[in-house]
Design a protein around this ligand. Structure first.
Ligand code: NAD
Ligand code: UDX
Length: 452
């Protein structure tokens, strides 16, 4: 079977690489000539563990190809996946212009039965728009070619994308014909053999499933962050409360880690888009509006704590940051809490020294010369007036606290991901602040570092 993946971003590349890994002949298409040239030379545009090796291996085997020529790719394919971006419009609804453009391209170039599958995250009703766009192009050509549309939302997580694709919790597929169902069943067989389920349903339900899943996960995060904030006020410890509630199997223990708000290219935009879908149908999604509001304020919570520590004046203070990406194992900074925190620190007149294992180049696109980029986590601490941990990369988990204490101008640690032990840091002499634990009673006002 020959398949084409249109849009070679996070989803397109992982999808293309994983299908070629199981022996399928895959062509990945993108409008970005530079990206395609780089991919052909083995330069992968994103950091995703395992992806570079998998792409290179399958290119060398001759079953993974990259091109900007959508016409050739569509003509030679049985199945075409659309995996272009669906960024938020001005009002927060999903902008479908790239998806519809690709649908039109399919209609312009298909010359035989083709199954067009939407993998991008799209609002309910989009498959119908895709179908109409293809039909219009076929009508313009005055040809009558049989085709199907299907919806196959993607559930991969960045940083674990390959594993998620190869061993999915489930594959969701919305279809309108038996032919489409059989084709997708065959295509996904290598991934479902070991009991990973493929769930077929109607197209609208499949489109809705993706938004419902992301919104449910975002809801869990905003819920735990809201409870964490209350824990701080009443003197409870969210880490203990989390353990207490997650031992109830009905609640489950995943996606209930408090932090500085969810970021990334999916949760913020998908929650917004679902709220807009509700509005379009005169239905108010009250829970999701609250989820969004909690998340927006949570992104400022660490900045507010630093500001409070310095009595509302950060002018001339230097803040060291560990972690810039929206989560570990990726260089993606889309909607990362770090963006909001850095903007606020700069506006308050602070200097920022930042380190991230892989996202420094990405950060340079956002902040240019406005902040200092360090190649080593300890280098950020030199003469800094506090450290803020924004992403829970493994290498930050057991640092050398004594060296940290020595390097920092003021030994204060603001832990946005609750990765450190309060009593251990206190013993060494740090002022320590995290999320959902009241550490106010431990505050010793800024003091000079003790030397070891
Ligand atoms: P991305 O921005 O990384 O990649 C999109 C690619 O599409 C870009 O390379 C762009 O140049 C290309 N493109 C745009 N218009 C095109 C056209 N007309 N023809 C060919 N290529 C075109 O986006 P992404 O993160 O891969 O997300 C893609 C979709 O998948 C979105 O709808 C997103 O919501 C969804 N999704 C993303 C993730 C994720 O973790 N990133 C997970 C699940 C679902
Ligand atoms: C998410 C979904 O998990 C995935 O199924 C979907 O396909 C795309 O969107 P992703 O955005 O890559 O994946 O990362 P995810 O691991 O879900 O984390 C999203 C954000 O939530 C991150 O900023 C992370 O730090 C935050 N988060 C996650 C928390 O704050 N607490 C948690 O307990 C879990």
């Amino acid at each position: 079977m020959n398949i084409t993946i249109i849009g070679s971003g996070y989803v397109g590349l992982v999808t293309g690489a994983c299908f070629s890994e199981v022996g399928i002949n895959v062509t990945c298409v993108d409008v970005d000539q530079q990206k395609i040239d780089n991919l052909r030379n083995g330069i992968i545009p994103i950091y995703e563990p395992g992806l570079e090796k998998m792409i290179t291996r399958n290119m060398n085997k001759g079953r993974l190809h990259f091109t900007t020529k959508i016409s050739d790719a569509v003509r030679s394919s049985d199945v075409v996946f659309i995996s272009v971006g669906t960024p938020p419009d001005e009002d927060g609804s999903a902008d479908l212009k790239y998806v519809i453009q690709v649908a039109r391209d399919c209609g312009k170039h298909m010359n035989d039965y083709t199954l067009v599958v939407t993998k991008s995250t799209v609002p309910v009703g989009t498959s119908l728009k895709v179908k109409n766009a293809i039909k219009e192009e076929l009508d313009k050509r005055k040809v009558n070619i049989d085709f199907d549309v299907a919806s196959n939302p993607e559930f991969l997580k960045e940083g674990a994308a390959i594993d998620d694709f190869l061993k999915p919790d489930r594959i969701v597929v919305g279809v309108e014909s038996t032919r489409a169902e059989e084709l997708l069943n065959t295509l996904y067989k290598p991934f479902t053999l070991n009991g990973h389920p493929i769930i077929f349903m109607d197209v609208i339900s499949a489109e809705m499933t993706k938004y419902a899943a992301n919104s449910m996960l975002a809801t869990k995060i905003s819920f735990i962050n809201d409870i964490a904030n209350l824990c701080e006020i009443v003197g409870a410890d969210i880490n203990k409360v989390r353990k207490g509630i997650t031992s109830d199997t009905r609640i489950g223990n995943k996606f209930l880690y408090p932090g500085i708000g969810y970021g990334g290219s999916c949760f913020p935009k998908d929650v917004q888009a679902l709220i807009r879908t509700g509005e379009e149908y005169q239905y108010e999604l009250k829970v999701l509006k609250a989820v969004e509001a909690v998340n927006n304020s949570q992104k400022s919570i660490l900045f507010n704590k630093i500001m409070k520590y310095y009595d509302g004046d950060l002018k001339g203070k230097t803040v060291a940051l560990w972690g810039l990406s929206f989560k570990p194992q990726t260089d993606d900074m889309r909607e990362a809490p770090s963006l909001e925190i850095i903007r606020k620190l700069l506006a308050a007149g602070a200097n920022v020294r930042a380190y991230d294992p892989v996202a420094l180049n990405e950060a340079k696109h956002h902040f240019g010369n406005a902040i200092t980029y360090c190649e080593d986590q300890y280098e950020t601490l030199i003469n800094a007036d506090c450290l803020a941990v924004l992403t829970e990369w493994s290498e930050f988990r057991i640092p050398n606290f004594k060296i940290m204490h020595k390097l920092l101008n003021v030994p204060a640690v603001f832990d946005g991901r609750n990765i450190y032990d309060k009593s251990e840091l206190k013993k060494i002499g740090f002022d320590y602040f995290c999320i959902g634990v009241n550490t106010d009673s431990d505050i010793l006002k800024p003091k000079l570092s003790l030397s070891y």
